[in-house]
Design a protein around this ligand. Structure first.
Ligand code: ADP
Length: 220
């Protein structure tokens, strides 16, 4: 059954992170199986999520009974209990889930998750902390880092550039960044073109090296 990916995703652990994740996956159109061993959590989410079941995910047999073996993708969203998180990942590898995503709450936790067989490890506290730091020290509205010193940011048009056309600004030569999208005030985002005029109130999507993007977003 696993070969035919039906888009179903299981989310284990309905704490603060897991519930947002499960909700977002459901809004993206996926059937979500949500699992928590705490009856109160199961009760709490059963109204807003389609399938919520109570089970101890560290138990391989319990996972098999839930049919977890048919899922291509399972997310372990347990955070506070490193032991439960690690044992759950281990149980999922025993069941043979091909894509195990796991949430870490520390660098060491992340290493352990990878070493016991998680295929993807996310560390939301670290990722969000780094992202928000960039927002605080610049005028960025959003920021995403890709590694290898590359980032994309959403930035209000810097004041010195207001009224100019992109094609005349030579932003790559001057600032080492490239504007890929622009949203004129009150209008939707569009691909950036040489003729794009950076009106007051425009919002830009700009990419480049992290320091370059940061510098561009603090121009005044
Ligand atoms: P957050 O920081 O996102 O709130 P928590 O680690 O506090 O994360 O919450 C994790 C959730 O995972 C809790 O709802 C908890 O009941 C659940 N959980 C913990 N251990 C297990 C387990 N062995 N099986 C299933 N669910 C578990």
């Amino acid at each position: 059954a696993r070969d035919e990916d039906n888009g179903d995703i299981a989310v284990i652990g309905l704490g603060r992170f897991g519930c947002h994740l499960a909700g977002a996956l459901a809004r993206l159109g996926h059937q979500v199986l949500a699992v928590d061993h705490d009856a109160a959590q199961v009760q709490r989410w059963s109204a807003s999520l389609d399938r919520v079941v109570q089970a101890d995910a560290t138990e391989e047999e319990a996972l098999r009974q839930l049919g977890i073996g048919d899922f291509r993708r399972v997310v372990v969203a347990i955070g506070a209990s490193v032991e439960a998180s690690v044992l759950t990942v281990l149980a999922l590898t025993e069941v043979g889930v091909p894509q195990i995503w796991a949430r870490a709450t520390s660098r060491k936790h992340a290493k352990i998750l990878a070493s016991v067989g998680a295929h993807h490890v996310v560390f939301p506290e670290a990722e969000t902390g780094e992202r928000v730091a960039h927002l605080i020290v610049s005028r960025m509205l959003d920021f995403m880092e890709f590694g290898d010193d590359f980032a994309i940011a959403k930035v209000p048009v810097p004041p010195p550039l207001v009224g100019h056309r992109l094609g005349e600004l030579a932003l790559q030569e001057r600032y080492g960044v490239m504007v890929v999208g622009a949203k004129p005030a009150g209008e939707p985002f569009r691909y950036a073109e040489p003729g794009t005029v950076l009106g007051p109130g425009s919002i830009l999507v700009v990419e480049g090296g992290i320091a370059q993007v940061q510098q561009f977003a603090t121009l005044r």
